[in-house]
Design a protein around this ligand. Sequence first.
Ligand SMILES: Cc1cc2nc3c(=O)[nH]c(=O)nc-3n(C[C@H](O)[C@H](O)[C@H](O)COP(=O)(O)OP(=O)(O)OC[C@H]3O[C@@H](n4cnc5c(N)ncnc54)[C@H](O)[C@@H]3O)c2cc1C
Length: 437
Amino acid sequence: MIGVVGGGVAGLAAARRLQEAGYDVMVLEASDDLGGLAATYETKGDPIERYYHHLSKSEETIVERFEELGLGSDLVWGYGSDAYYVDGVVHPMDKPWEILAYPHLSLYDKFRLGLLVLDVDIRGGIPSFDTYEKLEDFEDVPVKEFILDHTSRGCFERFFKPLLEAKFGERWEDVSAAWLLGRVKFRGERDPLRGELLGYPLGGFGSLIDALVDSVGMMDIFTGERVTDIGIEDGAVQSVTAETDLGAVPYTVDGVVIATMPDVLESITGYACDIDFQGTVCSVISMAEALTDTYWLNIADDAPFGALIEHTNFVSPEQYGGEHLLYAVKYIQDFEDELWQMDDERVEETWLAGIEDLFPDFDRASVNWIETSRSPKTAPIYERGYLEKVIPYDLSGEVADGVYYAGMASRAQYPERSLNGAFVAGETAAERLIQNQ
Ligand SMILES: Cc1cc2nc3c(=O)[nH]c(=O)nc-3n(C[C@H](O)[C@H](O)[C@H](O)COP(=O)(O)OP(=O)(O)OC[C@H]3O[C@@H](n4cnc5c(N)ncnc54)[C@H](O)[C@@H]3O)c2cc1C
């Protein structure tokens, strides 16, 4: 019997792979819901993810899993519109003429930015096409130094800095240039005339979680079971202990895949990970009408949120019984942050006041409902030297034989954490276990 700790995508993917190889598995999930960060709220139509989600074209494993789970035809690809809110104006940023018309970058800034996105280094006047090939070369380069050296001060001040601040808050200067380059590559396919191609399943990612759960089988999944400990004898794992309604229950196992955040791994096994994580406060605001015509609105002006993501400008509101769905999101690096300290009601009031400031025509009466989720660990700070800190899949050397890790601190979750990365992490940990048994 293999114990899988955590019923998010990584844990379910690990369980599925182990079952395929003939193992008996038992997934132990602390909460009453499955899906972890990809869990959903109800709407008048399809469920909506608590935290915004879409796929990028560079992600292949998850597309194969949609096929294998019988959901291939549900996955649709479309162009999500991006815009930048600066000095009270929404600037669309998808089409070449929109970018050319953007008034906050000079023509020279746009030229340098365009070349970086196309992977062309023209420092010294001679174009080089392989400078950015090996991300490892940029692992120790501070992101600010890199942007100033490889683009222009205008690009840095008026394009990258507000985006980095929205993504990493006061920790943005710690981030490596390798992360930035990896992120540009990760985003993958852009049509020069239409913007970035994004994927989203009809019925939402909840249908993927349901299909994964069906594939593993509810007989082998136990919710409301928080794993608190593992038992080790003769250098190998022998048991996992879960807190349940009936008290602490020990289960005998031959191996364990811990598919949680690293702090949970540490509390269970003592293995400490040096990666710093940031938290997120994220609300879904259901409205009777659209706020903007943009999917992803980055905000450079002062606002309580770093971005507004109007989901129903990518997926039709008809999927949600006519509800228009808007995410307001802020990443939290310092847990003394005023927003983090607020209760949900005050957070929601703060978001609405912030939206009113940016969009004076916004009418609160059009809000149907707001739901807020928050979690202290939702994204790593991809700082310099990050790759040395990732947790190995096989922890036999570090913890005990038979102990494996698959989670947000796994290599597969770099340069961006994603559902695709969660599949790869879970399946890779399962593969390592299968090879070693
Ligand atoms: C704001 C935000 C936006 C995102 N946007 C995207 C996106 O656009 N596209 C994309 O692909 N991905 C996106 N992601 C990332 C994606 O959601 C994650 O990478 C993925 O869900 C991680 O899955 P996981 O299984 O590793 O972890 P989790 O989903 O965190 O699952 C871990 C599970 O372990 C359980 N657990 C914890 N402790 C214990 C314990 N002691 N015992 C038992 N169970 C335990 C938890 O309850 C949880 O269910 C986003 C995430 C966030 C937060």
